[in-house]
Each structure stands twice: as C-alpha cells, then as structure tokens.
Design a protein around this ligand. Structure first.
Ligand code: PMP
Length: 320
C-alpha cells in the first residue's frame, strides 16, 4: 500500500491536506518539536553588521536526534488517520539515514515493523542506531546515492504491494505539512515575529517547503533561501543536488527567493568550527546551513536570519 497516489511522483505541489491525529500525543512522541533556538556568533566573520543576527534551531534535541522526527511522525500519524497503517504493519521507505532513524523510533513505540532502503555507504553510526531500534536495512548501491535507495523502495513496493506500507517521504504532503504546523510556528514565536530571512538546505525539501509556506502566511516579505550542494558529487549527507536527482514531488522550485550552492569542504570545516567555537556538535549539513546564513548576513545592514541545525555531529564521528 502506498500513502501517495502513483501520479504524485510527478507532481510538484502539496496534493491533499493531511489529517490530524485522533488523540493528542503523550510520552516520547509528545517530545518531538519545540527545539531550542540559539544565537550564532563566534563563527560569523567579523565584518558582519552588528545589527544582523543569526539564530539556529537545534534539531538534535528531538528524541530521535534529528529534524526528521517531525516529518516521520506526521507521515505515520497521517497514514494511521487514513486507515492505511495498523499495528503489526511494515513501513517501507528510502532514507539517507535520519528519516529512517525517526521512523524506527516511532515504529518501536507504536507497534510497527520497518524496512529501510539505505545506500550501503551510510555512516556506521547510522546503521548501528537503526539496528538497535530493530529496523531491517536493505542495502542499496552507494554509487547511486539516495536515488538508488528510492528506486529500490519503489521496486519493492511494486513487487510486494501487500507486504509494505510505503510512506514515500519524497512525495508525501504530510512531510512539509509537519514543518508548516511545527517548525514554522516555532520560529515565528521564538523570534517574536522578527524573522526576516529563513535559510534551509534541501533533502526531500520538506523542511524548507513547509516552513517557508507557514512563515509567508505571517510575513509575506520573508526572504526564503534554499541551500543545495554545488555539485552532484558532494559530501553533504542528507542533501540533494536537485537538477541531477530524482526530483521530490513535494519540491516547489518557485518558493525560494534564491538558491545558494554550498561547497562541501567549506561546509564540513564550518561544522567542525561550530563544535570548537560555539559548543554545537552538529552534522555536516549544519555547516551548509550556517555557510548559507553567512552569505546572506554579509549583504545585510540589519536583519534576523534563522536557520536550523538538522542533526548532531555524533552521527559522523567515524567519518571525520
Ligand atoms: N540535513 C540532514 C542531515 C538530513 O538528513 C536531511 C534530510 N535528508 C536534511 C538536512 C534536509 O531535510 P529535508 O528532507 O526536510 O529537506
């Protein structure tokens, strides 16, 4: 069973409203979201105007350790509300790791099994965490990256439609909807409505899409800046170079005021500096987010730039 109609693979807009959970959440899953926001200062170049602020939400404070808890929870609850997911079912999806870990944690709390298509070269830490939660990993060709994992997930679902509930994070409107309902309102509240620029990197694009759409309902002049890797062969785990990848159905290229092209080395170096100079042990895509925020900060006389740090550096230590 798929939660997304087949035609949606080609669609580039939200396809249908998602459904709220039947009952309020309690326990572990109620702790997803409402992450802390901190001001970034020491890694910013000295020539930035003192009237420009950069703030970042720390998404590893989610119980599954990344921003993807938000989307995974919303996709699971939406599938439950539609009657597509029942205890004992097996969830299927493709992930570069963080969504998989989020699903695995949620599946363990709600009585589901999980099969996850994951490129074989995903970090050892990610695989170990997934196995600890009881997930089944289906290794896919590392040379094909996240697109290879998507192709295998689609194939498995085509071959065994009754074995899996395919949540399809790249085409599932509940993914950006999670950010429309949580990340966006949190940023608005945390900044007291002062946010002028929002910077986010693109994987599925759910974080960027949902948050931008919400913030524009409050501040139509908000500048939304998308970050993509500067080449198809990049080292920024979790991010997609859209032009050369399978484009997610939820990706809306018209939303961004501007796209910045992030260089891998500079972003990895920045993520290392975040740990040493700000005490923020963050992953490599966090380096890309801060790299993007710095490019914007340099041009402004005043403004409040918000970004988020998607996951913790603990998931990359074996690669550093
Ligand atoms: N950074 C990391 C480390 C990720 O795992 C992801 C998700 N793949 C992203 C950024 C991008 O998030 P999204 O899928 O919402 O675009």
């Amino acid at each position: 069973m798929s939660v997304v109609p087949a035609a949606a693979h080609a669609a580039a807009t939200l396809l249908r409203p998602t459904r709220p959970p039947a009952a309020p959440l309690s326990g572990l899953l109620a702790r997803i979201g409402r992450t802390p926001m901190v001001r970034i200062s020491r890694v910013l170049p000295a020539d930035i105007s003192p009237e420009v602020e950069v703030w970042a939400k720390l998404e590893w404070f989610n119980p599954g350790g990344s921003v993807k808890d938000r989307a995974a929870l919303h996709m699971v609850l939406d599938a439950e509300a539609r009657g597509l997911l029942r205890p004992g079912d097996r969830i299927l999806d493709a992930s570069s790791g963080n969504t998989g870990i989020a699903y695995a944690m949620i599946a363990a709390t709600r009585g589901y099994h999980l099969s996850l298509c994951l490129p074989r070269n995903a970090s050892a830490e990610r695989k170990a965490v997934l196995r600890a939660y009881g997930a089944k990993i289906i290794d896919t060709d590392p040379l094909e990256g996240s697109d290879g994992a998507i192709r295998i997930a689609r194939q498995l679902h085509r071959d065994h439609p009754d074995r899996y509930v395919y949540l399809d994070q790249y085409n599932n409107p509940a993914n950006p909807q999670a950010h429309f309902e949580t990340t966006g309102p949190e940023i608005w509240k945390d900044t007291g409505g002062r946010v002028t620029h929002w910077v986010a990197s693109l994987g599925t694009s759910g974080t960027f899409t949902g948050t931008t759409r919400f913030l524009r309902t409050r501040q139509p002049r908000l500048q939304a800046i998308a970050i993509q890797p500067d080449s198809p062969f990049h080292g920024l785990e979790g991010l997609k170079h859209m032009e050369t990848s399978i484009q997610p159905g939820i990706y809306d290229p018209s939303l961004a005021d501007e796209t910045l092209w992030a260089p891998t080395e500079a972003c990895i170096e920045l993520s290392a500096r975040l740990a040493r100079e700000e005490g923020l042990l963050a992953g490599t895509s966090s380096g890309a987010q801060i790299w993007g925020a710095i490019q914007i900060a340099r041009r402004l006389d005043r403004g409040l730039i918000v970004t988020l740090l998607p996951d913790s550096g603990e998931r990359y230590l074996s690669e550093r």
